[in-house]
Design a protein around this ligand. Structure first.
Ligand code: NAD
Ligand code: GDD
Length: 328
């Protein structure tokens, strides 16, 4: 069996990826600061460890043929715009130590999870933004902190291949959503946050939306995300590649879709004092179609249904538990 390490295996994408890889017959080791929050891991071995530390990275890469490096201090725009120093420092330590461990342990392939946050913010100032193609990344003007570490690490992957002959893969995720993703607590991204707000809203009530809601994004469902990760790892393509849909929608439309799924009538209350990030963002999928002969295909109307139902179920469950705890 091929041995694979998934860092960040206690997180949203990592947890789903572990399931996918185990299902494909890989021997999987997961590592994270924490266990997966909402379901048990399928990993053959799960190590609780801090990847900011050199020795942890050396230990977990031992004997691993492929590494999917997903661990990061990460969240939606509210989180990543709120603590630049902490996030930049944590992610730099994690990624640099993982890169060194990949070299020291001679791993066969190393995949780094980058982000659409590396794209120049000055190219994303309008809701009807030109879709971002891979060659638009430089000259760089990434999102502060989080985006800066990602683009630095993209370059390090290139150097690792050029200087050390380690095959690297770099994926630029566009906003990923789905069941088992963070939906409360401050790190949640727009799809989960909006589903939570709509689920908690009474019929005819108000939902708070950050910004004027005209800002745009493309959203990728988790099943497409893990499939794309796997396909890229198997490919021979080592330059950065977008992984997202090219279905651009406004945040107001996202709220409307969530409301439709819920069967409720809701009114939007826009709050322009909240973090908004770039004004518009979409993925140009020309290159992924050429390289992989495939692209994410699950549209938001389809993927938001299981996401909404899962969040609605979690909220109902935690309410039940709260009622039970209060009665005890
Ligand atoms: P997530 O927060 O659910 O998972 C990241 C995991 O990394 C968490 O479980 C966290 O505990 C772990 N981690 C953080 N610091 C660690 C440390 N010091 N040691 C060990 N583990 C540590 O996030 P996700 O959505 O699954 O994202 C996975 C990767 O994809 C990240 O690198 C993220 O930056 C990137 N990404 C995600 C998206 C998205 O929309 N989800 C978009 C762009 C990029
Ligand atoms: N989080 C959140 N919560 N966003 C909201 C909300 C809400 O309740 N209401 C409206 N929004 C708006 C935000 O203001 C922003 O304009 C848009 O929805 C998208 O917000 P996020 O999903 O939080 O983040 P993002 O798309 O700006 O960036 C995310 O995706 C990147 C990859 O594309 C982040 O997760 C980054 O870390 C990631 O790299």
């Amino acid at each position: 069996m091929k041995t694979v390490l998934v860092t960040g295996a206690g997180g949203f994408i990592g947890h789903h990826l572990v399931n996918f890889l185990v299902g494909r017959g890989y021997w999987v080791r997961g590592v994270d600061l924490k266990d997966p929050e909402y379901a048990a891991t399928a990993a053959h071995e799960f190590i609780r460890g801090d990847l900011r530390l050199h020795d942890t990275c050396q230990a977990v890469t031992q004997g691993m043929e492929e590494v999917y490096h997903l661990a990061a201090d990460m969240g939606g725009i509210g989180f990543i715009s709120g603590s630049h120093a902490e996030i930049t420092l944590n992610n730099t330590l994690i990624s640099a130590h993982m890169a060194k461990a990949a070299r020291d342990r001679g791993v066969g392939r190393f995949l780094f999870s980058s982000s659409a946050c590396i794209y120049p913010t000055n190219l994303q100032t309008s809701p009807d933004v030109t879709p971002l193609s891979e060659d638009m990344a430089w000259p760089a003007f990434p999102e502060e902190g989080y985006g800066l570490e990602k683009i630095y690490m993209e370059k390090l992957c290139q150097y690792m291949t050029e200087d050390w002959r380690i095959p690297t893969r770099v994926v630029r995720f566009h906003n990923v959503y789905g069941p088992l993703g963070t939906y409360k607590g401050g790190r949640e991204k727009a799809p989960a946050a909006i589903c939570r707000k709509v689920a908690l809203c009474p019929d005819g009530g108000e939902v708070e939306v950050w910004g004027d809601g005209l800002q745009t994004r493309s959203f990728m469902y988790i099943d497409d995300c893990v499939e794309g990760l796997f396909r890229l790892m198997q490919s021979e393509y080592s330059a950065p590649l977008n992984l997202g849909t090219d279905e651009m929608i406004s945040i107001n439309e996202l709220v409307d879709i969530a409301a439709e799924i819920s069967g409720k009538r809701v009114t939007k209350r826009h709050d322009t004092s909240k973090p908004q990030g770039v004004r518009g963002r979409n993925s140009d999928n020309t290159l992924i179609r050429q390289v992989l002969g495939w692209e994410p295909r699950i549209m938001i109307r389809e993927g938001l249904v299981p996401t909404y139902r899962w969040i609605e179920g979690e909220l109902a469950r935690s309410q039940d538990e709260g009622v039970l705890a209060a009665a005890e």
